[in-house]
Design a protein around this ligand. Structure first.
Ligand code: R5P
Length: 292
């Protein structure tokens, strides 16, 4: 029997879409993609789309622009049948381009706001968007959900020695605070200093009091791994024990994972907003709660 809800699975979020459809008892519509030699994506859907409501699930991780156009195409196609389309973008690519840092810069999140509306979405849901400023540009409804409780639940199962939550920088302080509160632990936020001439980043936190403790470095995302590597090197010099990394989105560009391990990280734990070796935590329940 056709459910009144359908989940349309984008290629970048197949696992999450399948799990989500089960949780909300929706009809799963799969997509297959053919990439032409010139890079164009050709998408074909299989399955029946609900006339009432569709939920398109597609993360925007690399190749970012291909995954973005696929998300918009799926929304557009869904809207031909469904009277309501919700876009679930577990990893919201471009979210760091949410304001004009330098004169002349394009605020890409503004462009995305127009594109998602134009394609036919009436609501957008993301998981741990880089900053809520990004959603201020949207005129359709928007919701950000956090994966922190899911990550904490996983980390609690590890036997950590006198653990402490650490943010690699002051920008992530609130996130680390929330993580520590959920875990019932203490937290610190490291302070970074960037040399304006060389661009070299140095940690200038004094007396981090991490000696002999296991640490959980918390961040929203890992891209090149630079932030985590700098923090880990500093914390290891302060004679901490093991360093675990908990992040929502592990992009792990190029050989980031190898470099992070080499810096001394015991394990990276991320979520299935971006599928990969480190995505050990499922966020489908958190997304389901935001939809129902
Ligand atoms: C910065 O504001 C973010 O929260 C992350 O710390 C950053 O984007 C991670 O990037 P990378 O892994 O390249 O240091």
């Amino acid at each position: 029997m056709l459910s009144s809800l359908s989940v349309i699975s984008g290629k970048s979020s197949e696992d999450l879409a399948r799990k989500l459809s089960k949780r909300i008892k929706a009809n799963l519509v799969k997509s297959s993609i053919r990439i032409f030699p010139d890079g164009e994506s050709k998408i074909t859907l299989s399955g029946e789309i609900s006339k009432k409501k569709s939920i398109v699930v597609q993360s925007i991780y690399p190749p970012v622009d291909s995954n973005l156009i696929q998300a918009l195409s799926l929304i557009s196609k869904a809207r031909e049948t469904s009277s309501e389309v919700i876009a679930v973008i577990p990893y919201m690519g471009y979210a760091r381009q949410d304001r004009e840092f330098l004169p002349g810069e394009v605020v890409t999140m503004k462009v995305l706001a127009k594109l998602f509306k134009g394609a036919g979405a009436s609501k957008i849901i993301a998981v741990d968007i880089h900053s809520l400023i990004g959603f201020k540009h949207f005129t359709i409804k928007s919701k950000n959900v956090t994966a922190i409780p899911d990550l904490v639940k996983y980390l609690k199962k590890l036997s950590l020695k006198n653990p402490l939550v650490v943010s690699p920088d002051q920008g992530g302080k609130e996130r680390a605070k929330e993580f520590a509160k959920e875990f019932e632990l203490d937290f610190i936020a490291l302070q970074k200093k960037r040399d304006r001439k060389t661009g070299k980043v140095e940690i200038k936190t004094k007396n981090a009091e991490v000696n002999g403790r296991d640490l959980i470095l918390v961040d929203d995302m890992i891209s090149t791994g630079g932030s985590i590597i700098n923090a880990t090197r500093f914390l290891k010099k302060q004679k901490c024990k093991k360093v675990y990394v908990a992040c929502t989105h592990a992009l792990l560009m190029n050989d980031a994972e190898k470099k992070i391990k080499k810096a001394g990280v015991t394990r990276i734990i991320s979520t299935n907003t971006i599928p990969g070796k480190t995505s050990l935590v499922d966020v489908s329940n958190t997304i389901a709660k935001a939809i129902m």
